[in-house]
Design a protein around this ligand. Structure first.
Ligand code: SF4
Ligand code: SF4
Length: 307
């Protein structure tokens, strides 16, 4: 199908995915990229499972306003977006997993409670007993073509897994290991996950298939977005090189002494920017808290202390 500008939708995705480092998907061309994705998801449906999490608001907008008209996005269980509730939603989810066996991409948002067989997080019932998120992960995970984690909680456990972690919450990779599920996982961390990282990763998979191992870092993230540290491209590097450090918030200088984790955090925030390209943490005077990293938040606490 051709767009109004004479290029095919597939060509458009190809171009969009090739240029993510310099352009903001969400603010510049998301509407057209999403239109192209609506074609692609007919071939590879997406099943979305929301576990223990807060919300990734910009991504909700992407789903509701841009991708949902593509029909094949199946919200297996999404507390914020689903119209169906109770048994209806659970049955729809189960049917979807069976119908598209081996052909769908599973998207997981939020950490998965595992303690006491996952009883701290459940969706629906079976034979009068709670059906846990842990079991849903097993049902959906083993038959998926690939799994994507959206946000640091889904990828590595994040806030629900912070000490003392009474629910035994874990990220998807660890849960898959525990359940002996071998479906490949691509992590798209962030607290929240940048919508460009999500839409860029989905586009890449739909267009080119699963990434090659060399395209991923040791934490299962696409190097395209997470290949360099925040520190590498930070706007305050000159201050650091000149030995000028902020001693309190609002001071001029590098934010290292205020706890900045930019040197240990991989993400392209300095060139990606947030909120439609308006700003990002360090430019707003806040240290990077390392929200895209495994171990966040515990490994980076106290947040405002130099590591
Ligand atoms: S503010 Fe943080 S990321 Fe930027 S130069 Fe200083 S330590 Fe590095
Ligand atoms: S600058 Fe750091 S804390 Fe801020 S969004 Fe990027 S990775 Fe997360």
């Amino acid at each position: 199908m051709s767009s109004s500008h004479g290029i095919s939708r597939r060509d458009f995705i190809r171009w969009a995915v090739a240029a993510p480092a310099s352009l903001s998907f969400t603010s510049v061309f998301l509407p057209r990229l999403a239109a192209a994705l609506q074609e692609a998801v007919k071939e590879y449906p997406i099943i979305w499972l929301q576990a223990s999490t807060c919300s990734h608001p910009s991504i909700k907008n992407v789903i509701l306003e841009q991708i949902l008209p593509g029909r094949q996005l199946i919200l297996a269980y999404h507390g914020t977006l689903m119209a169906a509730t109770g048994k209806l939603s659970v049955d729809a989810a189960r049917e979807a997993a069976a119908k598209y066996k081996g052909k769908y991409v599973l998207v997981v948002e939020g950490a998965i409670p595992t303690k006491e067989d996952g009883i701290y997080g459940h969706v629906g019932e079976e034979n009068g007993k709670p059906f846990t998120m842990l079991r849903w992960i097993d049902v959906f995970g083993k038959n998926a073509m690939a799994a994507l984690t959206v946000g640091t909680c889904a990828a590595y456990g994040g806030l629900p897994a912070a000490a003392p972690n009474p629910s035994g919450s874990m990220g998807l990779n660890d849960v898959f290991k525990m359940l002996n599920v071998t479906t490949p996982v691509i992590n798209i961390p962030g607290c929240p996950c940048h919508p460009d990282w999500f839409i860029g990763t989905v586009s890449k998979i739909l267009l080119y298939g699963m990434p090659q191992p060399k395209e991923l870092d040791e934490y299962g993230r696409l190097k395209l977005f997470f290949g360099r540290t925040v520190h590498n491209r930070c706007i305050k590097r000159d201050y650091l090189d000149d030995g000028i450090f902020a001693a309190k918030f609002g001071d001029e200088g590098c934010l290292l002494e205020l706890g900045c984790k930019g040197p240990f955090t991989n993400a392209d925030c300095p060139i990606r920017l947030w909120n439609g390209g308006v700003n990002w943490c360090i430019n707003a005077g806040a240290p990077c808290i390392g929200c895209t990293e495994m171990g966040f938040p515990d490994a980076h606490s106290p947040i405002y202390q130099r590591r």
